[in-house]
Design a binder for this molecule. Structure first.
Ligand code: THU
Length: 152
């Protein structure tokens, strides 16, 4: 998959730092897989999130959706980018933590897939950047439904 090279207006390293910091708050006693995320809004605000697991398993939430929920609940519905840092290995993850399908769909709700940047990082030096449309091609979104003008 081809990576994005033009990232001028995205504070990539700040987002990665914020996601790595948020990861420290992850509550993942069942999987041991900790994730942090930092989302950048159109107003250039950053909201962070971590994964929060639950003894009943299904109520668990991923770091990306935690961060996006915080942005939306504070009134930011237009998102520009997200950084994700995570894995099973604490600070020494061998594999980058690509977002799950559910989180990709939730990003889709509040982003232009051709413009929204997903940064998947191990640290500030080791990261990959993609447009959401690359990770979720031919996607389904709000404009597929009638009356979306009223919903947005
Ligand atoms: N997880 C995330 O936080 N983000 C993802 O995109 C993939 C999975 C979390 C959920 C669960 O707490 C743990 O990682 C293992 O699936």
């Amino acid at each position: 998959m081809e990576q994005i090279t033009n990232l001028q207006d995205i504070p990539v390293k700040e987002l990665i730092r914020s996601a790595a910091e948020a990861r420290k708050k992850a509550y993942a006693p069942y999987s041991g897989y900790t994730v942090g995320a930092a989302v950048l809004t159109r107003e250039l605000r950053i909201y962070t999130g971590c994964n929060i697991e639950n003894a009943a398993y299904t109520p668990s939430i991923c770091a990306e959706r935690c961060a996006i929920s915080k942005a939306v609940s504070e009134g930011s519905r237009k998102l520009k980018a997200i950084a994700v840092v995570g894995g099973a290995g604490g600070g020494e993850d061998k594999k980058l933590a690509f977002p799950c399908g559910v989180c990709r769909q939730v990003m889709r709700e509040f982003a232009d897939p051709e413009d929204f940047v997903v940064i998947i990082a191990g640290n500030e030096q080791n990261y990959r950047c993609y447009y959401l449309s690359q990770l979720l091609p031919e996607s389904f979104g709000p404009e597929n439904l009638k009356g979306k003008e009223r919903a947005l």
